[in-house]
Structure formats: C-alpha cells, structure tokens
Design a protein around this ligand. Structure first.
Ligand SMILES: Nc1ncnc2c1ncn2[C@@H]1O[C@H](COP(=O)(O)OP(=O)(O)OP(=O)(O)O)[C@@H](O)[C@H]1O
Ligand SMILES: CC(=O)N[C@H]1[C@@H]2OC[C@@H](O2)[C@@H](O)[C@@H]1O[C@H](C)C(=O)O
Length: 401
C-alpha cells in the first residue's frame, strides 16, 4: 500500500482528527484558517476549534484576483497562472499560522481547502442549453500539499455539480451534521458576500432539510465602498449607510430581479449582484445622482429585505424558528437591526457562537467537516436531489510528494 494511503487509512480510523479548514470567500478579505479537532463522523461529529484566524490578503492579491473574479471575459493566461499561485500562497499562509500557533505540521491529519471561487454559473444564470451548472475555484490543492507537507482535500464543489447539484451551498451538509437539534427549528444564516441559509427542522427529517443562496449579503455594498471611498474595503459598522436615507424607487428596482422570482433553492454570486446591477437599477429609476450615503442606505436595506423575505418564508413553514447567524454581515449593525425589524415570523436572532462556533470561522469549519466526511464518513446523511442536496462524497485528495 502506498504510505500516503496508509496514513489516510490510519487517520480515518482514529477517534478524532486534526483538520485545518480553509475558506477564501467572495469578499476577498482574507483566508479563514480554522484548526479543528474533529471527533467522530456523520451525525456524531463533534468539533472543537483549537485556533482560528483570518490571514488578510494584501492589495496585490486583491488586484490580481479582481482581474478575473466574476468576469465573463478575462485573460486566460492570468487564470492559468493564478491557479498554482493562489495554492502556493494559501500553503504559505497555513505554514505561517502553524508557526504562530506552535503546531507541528506532522500532527495535522489533513487540510480542507475551499479555494478561491472565480466564477459561479448555475444553469439559471447562463443561456447555454447544452451546458449544465458550472463553478470554478482556483488555488490548486497540490500546491498546498507540497508547500505544507500536509495531505490536502480540496475542490469540493465539482462532485456536487457532477451529481446534478449547483455546486453550492455546501454549508448544508455540515450544518445538518453539527447544528441540527431535536428541540428547536433552526435556520443557519451566513452573510458573507452572498447570503445563504440552511433550514434544520427539529423533526430531524433529512428530507425536510433545506438550503439556498438568498442574494447579496455584503457584495454590492463592499464593491460600492471600494469604488467611492479610497482605501476602504467595506462600510465599517455601517457608518456610511447610517448617514443616508433609503430611496424607495431604487430599493424596489433592486428587488425586481428575476433571481428573486425563482423558487428556492437557487445559487448566485457577484456575477449577478455587482455594480453593473446597481447601475442598471439607478438608470431605471433615475437615481444616478443620489448621495453615496443614500445609495449605501438603500443597498443595506436591499440586502436586509431579500434576506428577511427568505427567513420569513422558512419562518412561516415552521413554528418558532431561531436564526443562528454567521459571516461578516453580523458585524454590520444596521443590517442586523433591519433584519430584526423585518422578520416577525422569527422567534430569535442569535449567532453561531451560541452553538459553540465562532461566526467568522463557521465556513472554514464546514469545509473541515466535509473533509472529515470524505475521510471517515460511513454513509450519506443527506440526499435530496430535488432540493439541490445531492448525497455524494466531496473533495479530491492531494498528497505532499
Ligand atoms: N465591522 C463591520 N461592519 C460592517 N461590515 C462588516 C464588518 N466586518 C465585516 N463586515 C462585512 O463582512 C464582509 C466579510 O464577510 P465574510 O468574510 O463572511 O465574507 P466571505 O466569506 O468572503 O463571503 P462568502 O461567504 O459570500 O464567500 C466584509 O467584506 C464586510 O462587508
Ligand atoms: C460558488 C461559491 O463559492 N459560492 C459561495 C458563495 O458564498 C456564499 C454563497 O455564495 C455560497 O453558495 C457559497 O459558499 C458557501 C460556503 C457554501 O457553499 O455553503
């Protein structure tokens, strides 16, 4: 047997494993690195986050990725070069974290790497009848494995697509295994660049579990701030939005996209929700001359309204749902205040730290759970293709040498 296969076999048989989850999201703010002690597998999975940090990206990374990110046309040579470059960078960042945490690479069973999404293209979004769903993440796992010396499991989304899914949201699998609870109807809400949710009924019925992207979380707000406020990446504590007023015609135009008429579940990305989307809505409503503060106030309410609509839809189908929020959006006080006001059907808003997981670490932890299932999961717990939840084992294995 190849020694790497033997090592994986041993890892799979251990009662608990050390797995580093890596997530680089659509906000391009940094690489989330979560060192997790994962005990068991399947519905018995237990997680302890031993260390977590976000290694911030410098401007060079952001500038390079933005040249190809969510762009229909870009330099294919640059995409080809970025794939190993991002992988190497992520590997270096892991090494840096392990050094800071004084953790030996040899003690880590595997790294779980999401990579960097550069294009997401579900069938509902493209007009090519001969193609199905597509999504592309760069940051080659072979580079991470070689750079760190640690076996790396990555490229999770392609199996989901191969089996008929849209490649997202994958959060549902980890949400179900780790957060489902027989005493509470739960909605796990993540508000990153794009917002998504997982509905977990207290019945525990796997066929009633439900997950979908909702629409923009922070992505358009971030893009607007980056365009108009030099040196700023996002609307820190919603200071800009709080200084403005919501423009109702613009808000209604923003909410008018066909994406919102599609039934859940569905997926999307900054390919749709971007500055061009805002510009079109402004042209339609003759609101091109609004102040930046009013635009930001309106964009903030736009995100809140579409998220609230989806939460209320779940809240009406199940009694006394409690929302557990995560992602950078929870740090936006105006967005959170709007959500509280707009969701009469929700019993309470909490964050995932009430369930023991740092809300900023949650997505990285979810990929650690997916890698754990790839290694040690003995059966599929969710399989509901009609709801976009395909029962497959996700992840590709890269060895260090
Ligand atoms: N103090 C704050 N005030 C307002 N917004 C904040 C604050 N802190 C973080 N954010 C928002 O959260 C964003 C980062 O969120 P997060 O890291 O969850 O996104 P992501 O993981 O990249 O996205 P996705 O989940 O869509 O892939 C920032 O770009 C910003 O918009
Ligand atoms: C293609 C892609 O990277 N999608 C991300 C993005 O960010 C949030 C939302 O859109 C979600 O569908 C997904 O990430 C999370 C981790 C998921 O798959 O559950």
């Amino acid at each position: 047997m190849h020694p790497h296969i033997a090592a994986l076999y041993n890892s799979a048989q251990k009662p608990s494993r050390l797995i580093i989850g890596l997530m680089s999201g659509t906000s391009l703010d940094g690489l989330d690195v979560a060192l997790c002690k994962v005990t068991g597998a399947g519905i018995n999975t237990q997680i302890e986050v031993l260390n977590f940090t976000t290694v911030e990206y410098n401007n060079d990374y952001k500038t390079k990725i933005k040249q190809v990110f969510a762009k229909r046309e870009c330099d294919l040579e640059l995409v080809t070069l970025l794939h190993p470059w991002v992988g190497k960078l992520h590997g270096d960042m892991v090494n840096q974290c392990l050094h800071t945490w004084q953790v030996k690479p040899a003690s880590i069973d595997v790294i779980a790497s999401h990579g960097q999404t550069i294009y997401h293209c579900p069938q509902s979004q493209h007009n090519h009848k001969s193609f199905t769903n597509g999504t592309l993440q760069i940051g080659d796992s072979d580079q991470i494995a070689v750079t760190t010396g640690i076996t790396t499991i990555g490229d999770f989304r392609q199996k989901h697509i191969a089996a008929g899914g849209e490649g997202a949201p994958l959060a549902v699998y980890g949400d179900y295994l780790f957060f489902a609870n027989p005493n509470e109807n739960r909605i796990l809400l993540n508000m990153g660049g794009i917002a998504n949710l997982t509905f977990l009924p207290k019945s525990g019925d796997a066929n009633s579990v439900f997950s979908s992207d909702i629409g923009p979380g922070n992505t358009i707000m971030d893009a607007y701030v980056q365009q108009h406020f030099k040196g700023m990446h996002f609307d820190d504590d919603a200071k800009i939005a709080k200084a403005g007023n919501v423009n109702t015609p613009l808000l209604n135009a923003l909410c008018g996209n066909d994406f919102f008429k599609l039934e859940l579940p569905k997926t999307t990305g900054p390919e749709v929700f971007n500055l061009a989307y805002l510009h079109a809505a402004q042209l339609q409503t003759n609101t091109q001359h609004l102040s930046h503060e009013d635009v930001m106030a309106t964009l903030n309410m736009f995100s809140a309204r579409v998220i609230a609509n989806a939460l209320n839809e779940c809240g009406q189908s199940a009694k006394e749902c409690v929302v557990y929020a995560s992602g950078g959006g929870i740090h936006n006080p105006l967005l959170m205040a709007h959500l509280n006001a707009l969701c009469p059907s929700i019993k309470a808003f909490k964050n995932t730290d009430d369930l023991g997981i740092d809300p900023d670490a949650k997505e990285a932890v979810l990929f650690a759970i997916l890698a754990n299932e790839c290694l040690a999961g003995e059966q599929q717990h969710l399989n509901n293709t009609a709801q976009g939840i395909v029962g497959v084992t996700m992840g590709k294995v890269s060895f260090a040498d």
